[in-house]
Design a protein around this ligand. Structure first.
Ligand code: UD1
Ligand code: MG
Length: 473
């Protein structure tokens, strides 16, 4: 029978090199804390116990992971990875196999970890890296057997040339690990108790030590600074993009794609470069998302097209809708089938009925727009009086002329027309034209000062002043 498994995740380090007030393991990878990724990999193994060693920013780290079934262990002083494991071992009975993971090594996959649990001695995960700088090196004897790990800071030039690195991840029996950790010395370049000294201890005792090379060295990437975080983010995103391509999502530039959540999609969906998806995004069939779109928690139904640089948050976009370019659909927006929202249009808590249109420079907030209604350029729902929000209702087939302000609460009836430039403060009835607009007057022969020669033309590029002579300079 397999020994019960206790996972220990080391997450107490400050992460000084990140230069951030946030604890390192709360730095985001694909929008979630580094530690969440490690916890997910750990829990996928179905372990009997999970212990997270925290120190710096401990409450914050625990609060961000309140839903995880883990035991939090405090390491009051960060005396090294060996000391951290020692703190967790106080809670782990003999007879368990202990799997040590690092909170700053987030890409490791459960199947790789399962390999470390198969043995009964000390099993290490190692990797070959083109640039091993900064990592502990795996030192082998002439027969190729692992002898010990040497940290970068303690390594001599010859050891630094070794390209097989310690990922930090290992599995060992609890009783042995407890004994080794109790015997560690901090007599090294960093004055710390190194977990990695367990390897030399196991070799001395003659316990089997096995180093398993990770198939994908990217899994072993540790994050100590922002450059490594950025590189791991791109590696993670590229892995996701390749998975989505294999599942049938047409990504024009897989290396320029970011997913911070979950995405589902139907057939013939395509996405141009630089799109960013967050939360839960659901696409139907034949949905096209153009360059630079940001989609957060939304449903986009069959055949809808999202134009370039559009932002959609907590919205539902019906079949065949066209949105953008440069549109902003805020929470509570519902576009029914075939509706169109064009450039520089913002919507919020608004429902546009089937075939309704707001194509240019419009704000639709707290509004209900009937089927096929047309909102002209520059239509504004004035929904906020400074204290409360009010609703605007527009009937089906209504036509709202350009530059109209709808001062809510207000209703426009079905098939009504509201003339361009109207400030509507009371309801506009169905089947009628409502228009409120001051008449323009003409002053014949008037020339603006820049043309009359009576004044020097403005040459400072300021075209807004003195317009029509109405203002004195
Ligand atoms: C460690 C390994 C190194 C390996 C590298 C892989 C040691 C001595 N070195 O170095 O061989 O190549 O990881 O990424 O183990 N932590 C604690 N308490 C402490 C110190 C650290 O919980 O007192 C945690 C950190 O939060 C981090 C992990 O342990 O999650 C590793 O610590 P870090 O300081 O990043 O070690 P490295 O220098 O990267
Ligand atoms: Mg590290």
């Amino acid at each position: 029978m397999r020994a019960p498994v206790a996972v220990v995740i080391l997450a107490a380090g400050k992460g000084t090199r990140m230069r951030s007030a946030r604890p390192k393991v709360l730095q985001p990878l694909a929008g979630r804390p580094l530690l969440s990724h490690v916890l997910d990999a750990a829990l996928a193994l179905g372990p009997d116990q999970v212990h997270v060693v925290h120190g710096h920013g401990g409450e914050q780290v625990a609060a961000a992971h309140a839903e995880y079934p883990v035991h939090w262990v405090e390491q009051p002083e960060q005396l090294g990875t060996g000391h951290a494991v020692g703190c967790a071992l106080e809670q782990i009975p003999d007879g368990h196999r202990v799997l040590v993971l690092y909170g700053d090594v987030p890409l490791v996959r459960p199947q790789t970890l399962a390999g470390l649990l198969e043995g009964d001695g000390l099993d290490l995960l190692t990797a070959r890296l083109p640039d091993p700088t900064g990592y502990g090196r795996v030192i082998r004897d002439a027969q190729g057997a692992v002898v010990r790990i040497v940290e970068e800071k303690d390594a001599d030039p010859e050891q630094k040339r070794v390209d097989e690195i310690n990922t930090g991840l290992l599995a060992a029996p609890a009783a042995e690990l407890r004994r080794w950790m109790a015997e560690l010395s901090a007599d090294n370049a960093q004055g710390e108790y190194y977990l990695t000294d367990a390897v030399a201890a196991a070799v001395t005792e003659g316990l089997p030590v096995r180093a398993r090379l990770a198939d994908d060295p990217g899994e072993a990437s540790g994050i100590n600074d922002l450059l490594q975080l950025a590189e791991v983010e791109r590696a993670y995103q590229y892995r996701e993009a390749r998975r989505l391509l294999r599942d049938g999502l047409r990504l024009v530039a897989p290396e320029r794609f970011t997913l911070r959540g979950r995405l589902s999609f139907g057939t013939d969906c395509a996405m141009d470069p630089d799109c960013m998806l967050e939360g839960d995004v659901q696409l139907g069939d034949e949905v096209h998302i153009a360059q630079g779109a940001v989609l957060r928690d939304c449903v986009i139904e069959d055949g809808a097209r999202i134009g370039p640089y559009t932002v959609v948050e907590q919205a539902r976009i019906g079949a065949g809708c066209q949105v953008g370019p440069f549109a902003h659909l805020r929470p509570g927006t519902v576009l029914e089938e075939g509706a169109r929202v064009g450039n520089f249009v913002e919507t919020k808590a608004a429902r546009l009925g089937p075939g309704a249109k707001a194509n240019h420079l419009t704000y639709v907030g707290d509004a209900e727009v009937g089927a096929r209604a047309n909102l002209g350029a520059g239509t504004i729902t004035c929904n906020y009086d400074g204290a409360e929000k009010h609703r605007t209702q527009i009937g089906e087939d209504a036509f709202i002329g350009s530059g109209t302000q709808l001062v809510a609460p207000v209703q426009v009836g079905a098939r009504a027309t509201v003339g361009a430039g109207t400030t509507l403060t009371s309801d506009a009835p169905a089947d009628a034209l409502t228009v409120g607009r001051s008449r323009a007057r003409t002053i014949p022969g008037w020339q603006h000062p820049g043309l009359t020669g009576r004044r020097a033309p403005l040459d400072d590029g300021d075209e807004t002043s003195a317009s029509g002579g109405a203002k004195e300079e």
